[in-house]
Design a protein around this ligand. Structure first.
Ligand code: ADP
Ligand code: MG
Length: 695
């Protein structure tokens, strides 16, 4: 019998209704239940003294009922006061209770209760504890082991889940699961076989190391964590292998790239050269490039993208360059036009706001192949866009896009050219530095290049953190600077989750400047402006026809005005570190010394203070990302990528970072040496998910 196939409705007590609830937890077959792992454990093996309890703690107490009464409010609650043998008191509070239940709590009766301690109006309380009443001579024994607590859903209590898992475990004894890891792994890592590990996790025995289990440091837990991480790595290696069996046009080395490089007013940095070398090599292979280029803000990724585009265009292929915002797409269009048009390479341009006629014209040039380079926003992957011969897809600031959007563009390039099935090369760029271990997990299917050097002459940005109360002074200081030729940004970040309010905050600030300093050349930019207006304002700022740009976070990514050297960010405490770093990265792009002021609204929490201090202490995006990871956890940092299959059942990328490398190496080994076991793991953990990733 295969537990992987046996429906849950074959278990006792599971009808259609119950099955529906279980399905909400992703539980469909018996094996799913076995891998529905405890989130944590309750410890009812001992009693706590009331005197030692702290709010927030989960505890078990025992004592004598000294009183009970109903509160007088409209929805009265039942309060039961318990006194432990040391004479300390605690209140049990019930909001819902029946008459009979209330009657049970007789004065002098003995009670044992388990629950979370919190501070109530008159000292410590437990709300709706699990409890047992007993008489002096029939004191129930304490539990001898931990009670697992499972992820649950509405209408499905722990008790029902426990019952079902008990049935599943009984089936497991009869029909053990196949082992997915070679014996050698088990001995090296000192972890138990799968069936034993599952038994320990679901039904820990008194002689198991319960303390380790509570800390998620038990070998049985390590077994499952490693297995899950390893399987995740496996799936990415599969993806990679699969990609490598696909064909892509081999794009020979380019002459025009050298022409461009020779014409630049600067020399490429060592890091840029190294990364370019890797990309150029990738393009020459007959399989799709899958490369992620990470480089801190200002490290010079755009020119690298342009070089790749030239290599493809020179070979007669088309290139799609996608940016997450219109402002950035517009700026790329300008840069690319400046670099590529002198080389005789034609550009097309797509955004959501083109007029019908203009759009038809651009689409036609893309379809007949005249336009080699197509720059745009996500408008690029709409149905109506047909490429003649797409050979390379470049995605800038990829963390701002969803996985689906990336896949959609990838699919566009998948075309039948006669018998041959070819896919475009992919170059993905991001300025969000991700700590290396995390990057390997999130982007294990991609090759990784890092531009780890800034162009010479850049000076670190000085950052000050100031109370909002200094706002007027900061404004005056900014104006004085502008009068001496400095260009500045004033950023009013998202106040609410609303474009409109956000734009208003920027409008109000712009108005304040205009009233007090009518001579200041000021531009206002936000998401609600028309595309043409945005483009005009950005161009004016670029040309130094404006001194100050008051903006929302629409300028967060990519914007490049090297002369700007002062950045003010309001409500800095509300933004993530990565976002602050991105915003701040709009300055410090030229040779001028740059400054950044972070204004915050007090009171700041301890973490809030710590976060802003990191911004003051370092300009290094990788360090900032490491700290961000510590403060916020990996989910937020990876953002949309998470929906691409990074939801772990037991592993926690932060807690388990130390094992990522081992899991990765083991996955390579397993795939080479024991593909059958690899298949077992794949079936166990991924099932349908692989299909999604292949989409
Ligand atoms: P990002 O990596 O943030 O996308 P950009 O590509 O916008 O950075 O580059 C930032 C600025 O640095 C641009 O003005 C660009 O022309 C310039 N730049 C790029 N490479 C070099 C280099 N090797 N030396 C000097 N300036 C460079
Ligand atoms: Mg950029």
């Amino acid at each position: 019998m295969q537990l992987a196939r046996q429906r849950l409705t074959s278990l006792k007590g599971v009808g259609d209704k119950q099955a529906e609830k279980l399905a909400r937890l992703g539980l469909h077959v018996v094996q799913d239940l076995l891998f529905h792992l405890p989130l944590r454990y309750q410890d009812k093996t001992r009693l706590h003294a009331i005197a030692q309890l702290l709010p927030g703690q989960e505890a078990q107490i025992e004592g004598e009922i000294v009183s009970q009464h109903l509160t007088q409010s409209r929805n009265s609650s039942l309060l039961v006061s318990v006194c432990d043998p040391e004479g300390q008191r605690l209140t049990l509070r019930f909001f819902h209770f029946g008459f009979r239940q209330a009657q049970q709590f007789k004065r002098g009766a003995r009670i044992r209760a388990f629950g979370e301690v919190r501070s109530g109006p008159k000292g410590l309380e437990m709300v709706h504890p699990v409890y047992q009443l007993f008489s002096e001579d029939k004191r129930p024994p304490l539990d001898t082991t931990l009670t697992p607590v499972y992820p649950s859903t509405e209408g499905l209590g722990q008790a029902s889940l426990l019952k079902l898992i008990r049935q599943a475990m009984a089936l497991l004894q009869q029909y053990p699961l196949p082992e997915g890891l070679p014996q050698a792994f088990l001995s090296t890592w000192q972890i138990p076989p799968i069936n034993q590990a599952l038994t320990t996790l679901h039904q820990p025995q008194p002689d198991d190391d319960l303390a380790a289990l509570k800390r998620f440091a038990h070998p049985a837990q390590k077994r499952l964590i490693l297995e899950e991480l390893l399987t995740h790595q496996l799936s990415m290696q599969w993806l990679r292998q699969q990609e490598q069996t696909r064909r892509a046009p081999a794009i020979g080395p380019s002459r025009l790239v050298n022409t461009l490089v020779a014409s630049l007013p600067f020399a490429l940095t060592g890091a840029q050269n190294r990364v370019w070398e890797a990309i150029s090599q990738d393009l020459q292979r007959p399989h799709p490039m899958q490369r992620l280029v990470q480089g801190d803000v200002g490290s010079g990724k755009t020119i690298i993208a342009a070089m790749a585009a030239i290599q493809a265009a020179e070979a007669g292929l088309q290139v799609a360059v996608m940016a997450p915002t219109e402002i950035l797409a517009e700026q790329h269009r300008n840069h690319f036009a400046e670099w590529l048009e002198p080389l005789g390479i034609e550009l097309a341009w797509l955004n959501g706001r083109l007029k019908a006629g203009e759009k038809r014209d651009q689409l036609a040039r893309i379809e007949n192949g005249d336009a080699r380079i197509v720059v745009g926003t996500h408008a690029l992957f709409q149905q109506e866009v047909t490429f003649a011969r797409l050979g390379l897809v470049i995605i800038d600031e990829q963390h701002r896009f969803g996985v689906h959007q990336r896949l959609a563009l990838h699919d566009k390039g998948h075309q039948k050219a006669g018998e041959e099935d070819t896919h475009p090369h992919q170059l993905i760029m991001t300025a969000t530095p991700i700590p290396r271990t995390l990057a390997m997990s999130a982007y294990g299917d991609l090759d990784l290049s890092v531009i780890d050097e800034l162009p010479p002459g850049r000076q670190p940005i000085d950052t000050a953190v100031l109370n909002q109360s200094k706002r007027e002074e900061v404004m005056a200081h900014l104006v004085a600077q502008c009068q001496q030729g400095v260009q500045a940004y004033w950023v009013c970040p998202l106040i609410e989750e609303s474009d409109q309010l956000d734009a208003q905050a920027a409008e109000v600030t712009a108005e304040q400047f205009r009233q007090q300093w009518p001579d200041l050349r000021l531009g206002l930019i936000h998401g609600r402006l028309k595309g043409d207006d945005k483009a005009r304002i950005m161009a004016d700022f670029q040309a130094h026809a404006l001194d100050l740009l008051v903006a929302t976070t629409v300028i967060e990514v990519g914007v490049n005005v090297p002369n700007a050297s002062l950045m003010i960010i309001e409500n800095a405490e509300r933004l993530g570190l990565a976002q602050l770093h991105q915003l701040r990265g709009r300055v410090g792009r030229g040779a001028k010394k740059s400054h950044c002021v972070l204004l915050y609204k007090p009171p700041l929490s301890e973490t809030g203070k710590a976060r802003l201090n990191i911004m003051r202490e370092t300009n290094d995006g990788f360090k900032i990302a490491e700290e961000d990871l510590k403060l916020r956890g990996p989910g937020e940092i990876l953002g949309t990528r998470q929906t691409g299959g990074l939801q772990f059942r037991i592993a926690d990328l932060e807690r388990d970072q130390a094992w990522l490398n081992q899991a990765r190496e083991a996955a390579v080994q397993l795939l080479a040496q024991a593909p059958d076991q690899a298949e077992v793991l794949h079936q166990r953990w991924l099932g349908e998910k692989m299909g999604y990733q292949h989409a």
